[in-house]
Design a protein around this ligand. Structure first.
Ligand SMILES: Nc1ncnc2c1ncn2[C@@H]1O[C@H](COP(=O)(O)OP(=O)(O)O)[C@@H](O)[C@H]1O
Ligand SMILES: CC(=O)OP(=O)(O)O
Ligand SMILES: [Mg+2]
Length: 401
């Protein structure tokens, strides 16, 4: 049984086709820079054959056409009827969606309604859905929301100290994101620890281009660092994370920046990029090693801000079974993991340098045997989690071979 997973961004479409009987990836690819001159399509098949093509791709319609042509040409989907469903990543589900939803006109309407809460993400997700329906209307489609896992936050964690009507009339509250990833690594961590997820307390750190931390109590998200939008919380590649909201007025009044200019500045020109001109963590390390002081400052700030959240979430949870690192940075950056865990013996956190240098994929512990809190490095797999949730939503049997 095959499930296709789509993650449509404003200028890219990422996709993975799974054979769900053994959860293997038949093909995974990305079509990038849609609508620009130098669009590209790169994909890898199960045998690891990689292809990268420069392409002409004006819009999402052409991108999805190319995607289905590629599935047929690579013989991973010769008959479209083999496809049991399509799972879509949708970033914002507002308060309405606590679970994945079978897509129909009403679900699409609800995704559209929360566009004001996620103007940078939801319009692109919706475009992907609309196009997939146009091309594959006969295949059931499921929306899996980044926000859903965090719908268990208590009111005192999700409300902002703002006038009540902003919440009741306009939905201004904290929602949290990366829920699919936090949920997936929480399940993997509980399995690794041989504990039921419903009795497991975790702090999960998703550190990719976007980054967020979640406090998980008995398997449920009870607080998370991203807020109404994915801009709040940790310092990220190009997003500022937590800052004094009065900076916004200052930028407007003193520098005469428009709302749009400030939105771009805080989302695309801040974070690591704002501090040292670079948002890719590997490049930042290279610059720091060659003596660039701004890069060193960016790394120090990035680690420091993670550490502060870990302290806060220890206080919130009381007991923590494991600290989990995931995402491109969390999974690969041994230096960062070490910095974050430095001088935290008070919390029972200690790192085994040797294990930290090369954790075994997809899940490994990097703490010494005697430490109080497990420290785990877990490869996230948002696409697989979306495929599994799509299967559940479609009530398809989840039997593994
Ligand atoms: N070996 C590595 N060491 C440090 N950072 C890495 C390494 N490999 C990837 N990264 C970083 O991971 C980040 C991308 O994370 P990823 O989870 O792939 O992003 P996305 O949020 O787009 O899914 C980039 O900053 C990249 O530099
Ligand atoms: C919600 C979010 O921040 O997503 P990403 O990390 O993919 O940008
Ligand atoms: Mg990712």
């Amino acid at each position: 049984m095959k499930i296709l997973v789509l993650n449509a961004g404003s200028s890219s479409v990422k996709y993975s086709l799974f054979e769900m009987s053994d959860r293997s990836v038949l093909i995974a690819g990305i079509i990038e820079r849609i609508g620009e001159d130098a669009a590209s399509h790169s994909y890898a098949l199960a045998n690891n054959d990689r292809t990268r093509d420069e392409i002409n791709c004006r819009n999402h319609q052409q991108a999805l056409q190319l995607l289905f042509e590629t599935l047929a040409a690579c013989r991973v989907l010769t008959d479209r009827r083999e496809l049991a469903g399509i799972g879509h990543r949708v970033v914002h589900g507002g308060e309405h969606f606590r679970e994945p939803a079978l897509i129909d006109a009403q679900v699409m309407q609800r995704i559209a309604e929360v566009i004001p809460l996620a103007p940078l993400h939801n319009p692109a997700n919706l475009l992907g859905i609309e196009e997939a329906i146009r091309q594959m209307g006969e295949t059931p489609q499921v929306a899996v929301f980044d926000t859903a896992f965090h719908q268990t936050l208590p009111g005192y964690a999700y409300r902002y100290p703002l006038p009540e009507h902003l919440y009741t009339d306009h939905g201004v509250r904290r929602y949290g994101f990366h829920g699919t990833s936090h949920r997936y690594v929480a399940e993997q961590a509980a399995q690794y620890l041989s504990k039921p997820l419903s009795e497991t307390n975790l702090i999960t750190l998703h550190l990719g281009n976007g980054a967020s931390v979640t406090a998980i109590q008995n398997g449920r998200s009870i607080d998370t660092s991203m807020g109404m939008t994915p801009l709040e919380g940790l310092m990220m590649g190009s997003r500022c994370g937590d800052i004094d909201p009065a900076i916004h007025f200052y930028l407007n009044r003193t520098l005469n920046l428009s709302n749009e200019a400030i939105e771009t500045l805080l989302n695309k020109e801040s974070g690591c990029k704002g501090i040292c001109g670079e948002n890719d963590m590997r490049a930042i390390h290279r610059m720091a090693e060659s003596g660039d002081e701004d890069s060193r400052l960016a790394l120090a700030m990035y680690a420091y801000r993670i550490k502060k959240y870990i302290g806060a979430y220890f206080a919130v949870l009381g007991r923590v079974d494991a600290l989990v690192f995931t995402g491109g940075v969390g999974e690969n950056d041994a230096w960062l993991r070490e910095q974050v865990c430095l001088d935290m013996t008070l919390f029972g956190i200690a790192i085994d340098q040797e294990k930290n240098r090369k954790p075994v994929r997809p899940c490994d512990s990097i703490n010494p045997a005697n430490s109080g809190v497990a420290i785990l490095v877990i490869a996230t797999n948002e696409e697989l989690e979306i495929a599994i949730q799509a299967m559940q939503c479609l009530e398809l049997p989840q039997t593994l071979n």
